[in-house]
Design a protein around this ligand. Structure first.
Ligand code: EZ4
Ligand code: CO
Length: 421
């Protein structure tokens, strides 16, 4: 038996630099690059759509000074230190900043091990990651074309969003006019100085949507997994009514049917419908799911690695969910950078309770700034076999695209009342 503490034999690998890079190729991204004394670098994503500079400041002004000199390999300790030592816990800005650090440290650890990150998370539990794409249309012919295009691209699961008669601008519809002249769909943040005002009427939406799903099922048959995003707009009883009305069309999930910071609302929805429920893209900790998971009020966890404290926190959240047969549906819009997306893919591949992964393609400029190793073949994603996350940041390219103010839209009802967007 040795009397020496093994800790004394292991040399820490010190963090010598942490740089916050804000770049706006097709949209704004906040990237953290951590460098160790032996020259290994890791990337983390801290992008928070429409509030990017708050995370950049949180990192630059308050987190980077705490990182210098720390041991890059003590990831759990860094996570707990950043979460607990701030005293002020949770919130999207804080948790995106912690996520950026956490993912960058996992990238470093996996590079140091010479392995793709998923290997450190237990290795692959499957051969590929089922992705869903976003089809949309202002009317049925346009929607059908969009679904066909996605099927041609290889997608095997499709989210369906549609315009609603009497409403001018509805979330998720690619071809409707956008205030900044760009394609409007999954890139709803617009590069304009004030948030665009959109209109909403839940009764019109509830009347229109079941007919659209009926038409889609008639056209594309019973097998294709179909998803829909309610984007937080319904009351519990409205959501219950929609879930019931959609039951004949066998949805894979109905997402964000209510603004779920009131977790108990889902109890009411659940009593009325067997349509599977997905929630949580705006959540940022496991606590936001406590009632939802324990009482089995949802079927899919929608958190993003980028907004929920990184790999470390997501792993715990998804392991908790697994005890209740609740699966992952990790948020993957374009406002998650390729770095955040890669982190999600490594986790998707490793966890047992994988459900589905949202996948929207980034623009060409984004792919110039972030060089990626993931693949998308026949509807399945794979993070690739490069050591670490498999993403490299071209800092020269990033510097060509300075931050551009951009805001998500907001909703008003017909009488002028601000509504959930
Ligand atoms: O509107 O990420 O399911 N996906 C979504 C996204 C969100 C954006 C907001 O930044 O709801 O498109
Ligand atoms: Co959503």
């Amino acid at each position: 038996m040795t009397t020496e503490h093994p800790e004394e034999e292991r040399h820490p690998v010190k963090i010598v630099a942490a740089d916050v890079i804000v770049s706006s190729p097709d949209r704004n991204f906040v990237t953290l690059k951590i460098t160790t004394e032996d020259g290994v670098t890791g990337l983390g994503d801290g992008t928070l759509n429409g509030r990017e500079l708050s995370v950049a400041s949180y990192l630059r002004d308050h987190v980077v000074p705490l990182l210098i000199g720390r041991d890059a390999h003590r990831i759990e300790d860094a996570w707990q230190f950043l979460y607990r030592s701030a005293y002020w816990r949770r919130g999207p800005v804080t948790m995106a900043a912690i996520a950026a650090v956490d993912v960058a440290l996992w990238d470093i650890k996996a590079k140091a091990a010479g392995m793709p990150l998923y290997q450190l998370l237990g290795g692959a539990s499957r051969t590929g990651i089922m992705a869903y794409g976003h089809a949309s249309g202002r009317d049925l012919p346009e929607l059908f074309d969009s679904i066909r295009r996605h099927l041609d691209e290889g997608y095997r699961s499709i989210r369906v969003q549609t315009s609603v008669p009497g409403i001018n601008a509805v979330y998720g519809v690619a071809s409707q006019p956008s205030a900044d002249g760009r394609r409007y769909d999954y890139e709803p943040a617009q590069r304009i100085p004030l948030p665009a005002e959109e209109d909403w009427d839940t009764r019109s939406y509830l009347r229109h949507l079941p007919g659209v799903f009926e038409a889609v099922r008639n056209e594309f048959g019973p097998e294709l997994p179909l998803l829909h995003d309610g984007h937080h707009r319904m009351t519990p009883i409205q959501a219950a009514k929609l879930g019931k009305a959609l039951e004949p069309y066998d949805l894979f999930w109905l997402e964000d049917c209510t603004p779920a910071e009131n977790q108990e609302a889902l109890r009411l929805v659940r009593q009325h419908t067997t349509t599977p429920l997905a929630i949580g893209e705006v959540f940022n900790t496991v606590w936001d799911y406590q009632t939802l998971i324990r009482e089995q009020l949802i079927d899919y966890v929608r958190s993003a690695v980028t907004h929920t404290g990184g790999i470390t926190a997501m792993r715990k959240l998804l392991d908790f969910a697994a005890q209740y047969q609740i699966k992952s549906g990790i948020h993957g819009p374009t406002d998650i950078s390729p770095v955040g997306m890669a982190a999600a893919l490594h986790l998707d591949l490793a966890i047992h309770n994988f459900g589905i992964q949202e996948y929207m393609r980034h623009g060409a400029l984004t792919n110039e700034v972030f060089r990626q190793s993931f693949t998308f073949v026949d509807g399945y994603l794979h993070p690739g076999e490069q050591p670490g996350l498999g993403v490299e940041l071209d800092e020269e390219a990033a510097a060509k695209f300075p931050y551009v103010p951009a805001y998500l839209p907001f909703n008003r009802l017909q009488d002028g009342t601000v509504h959930d967007w």
